[in-house]
Design a protein around this ligand. Structure first.
Ligand code: TA6
Length: 309
């Protein structure tokens, strides 16, 4: 199975409004609730692709109970979430139909106690031996040490399990120093980490800091991969409009699905780019449009970039 870790799970609420304006009461035309947090989205996509996936992380309170109930209906997905006394957060994405933009509001999440963090580490150590890969995804809730991902990466490495990290800020900085197999920053996270806005230079700098491979998600420009065996770019054939919430999580799911199936790097990138664009096509956060995925996967190609990685 593939293991995903979401320390800051969420119930993702999407509001669709005709036009988003300040100082106005908006009439919501459509509402969707989905179990969320980055690793939960990754797991849902993987499970829908048919990959047995286990979700761990923290969940608590009525929102945590709702999230677990919603996940229980997913075939191929196993819930190994650790219960906490606090209440799982909500996020709100407001989709503006006129402008085509999405505005996201993320709560900080519940405070996790030292005993709950210890329980998570124990659960993780018991799940690792059965995992073919692990993804560590999203922000850290209050109370979890800033070096949490670095610890979980070291554990995965000593268990010989490939480990992917998708986070930002100081947890990313410290996580990279623990030498994960792959990191998936977006353009802003990569620039923040390395101090350079040129994505290729920045991806190489991230590799020098400890990441074995880097896949950067560059919005409309698609994906850039810098790996030990080469560098590639893959992008959707044209502009993709819709709700981008969870599109980065689908990149992670595509990369992991490709890894689990023994695909080479270009093929992994094609799946990841196609899943990401198909997620923008779907209106609810973290869902992907199956038909769009199949169509895009057949039309996207990964282009090799010159120069040693
Ligand atoms: O990537 C979208 C998303 O996964 C949402 O589902 C939402 O839960 C959020 O990101 C969480 O991100 P954060 O960085 O706050 O942990």
């Amino acid at each position: 199975m593939i293991l995903t870790v979401t320390l800051n799970t969420a119930v993702d609420l999407t509001y669709h409004v005709p036009t988003l304006r300040q100082h106005t009461t908006h009439r919501v035309t459509e509402t969707q609730d989905r179990p969320g947090g980055k690793g939960v989205n990754v797991a849902r996509v993987l499970a829908r692709l048919g990959h047995p996936t286990t979700v761990t992380g923290f969940a608590g309170g009525p929102t945590g109970a709702w999230l677990r109930e919603a996940l229980s209906g997913e075939p191929h997905l196993k819930d190994a979430l650790v219960p906490i006394g606090g209440t799982t957060r909500r996020t709100v994405a407001v989709v503006d139909a006129a402008g085509g933009d999405t505005t996201q509001f993320n709560e900080p999440g519940p405070t996790v106690t030292a005993a709950e963090w210890e329980a998570l580490k124990k659960a993780y150590a018991s799940l690792l031996p059965g995992a073919e890969a692990v993804a560590l995804c999203g922000s850290l809730p209050p109370g979890v040490p800033v070096g949490a991902y670095a610890h979980l990466i070291r554990e995965a490495r000593s268990a010989g399990v490939p480990v992917l990290l998708d986070t930002s800020g100081e947890p990313l900085r410290r996580g990279i120093a623990a030498r994960p197999d792959l990191v998936k920053p977006n353009a802003a996270e990569l620039a923040d980490l390395t101090g350079t806005r040129d994505p290729r230079h920045a991806a190489r700098a991230a590799r020098r800091r400890g990441a074995r491979a880097v896949v950067a998600s560059l919005g409309a420009e698609g994906l850039l991969a810098e790996t030990p065996v080469g560098a590639w770019r893959a992008a959707p054939p044209g502009p993709v409009r819709g709700n981008p919430t969870g599109a980065g999580d689908s990149v992670v799911a595509g990369l992991l699905a490709g890894l689990a199936e023994g695909a080479d790097w270009p093929d992994r990138l094609v799946r990841a780019a196609a899943l990401s664009a198909a997620t923008v096509h779907a209106s609810a956060a973290g869902e992907y449009d199956e038909a769009a995925y199949r169509d895009l996967a057949a039309r996207i190609t990964a282009t090799a970039l010159p120069g040693a990685a």
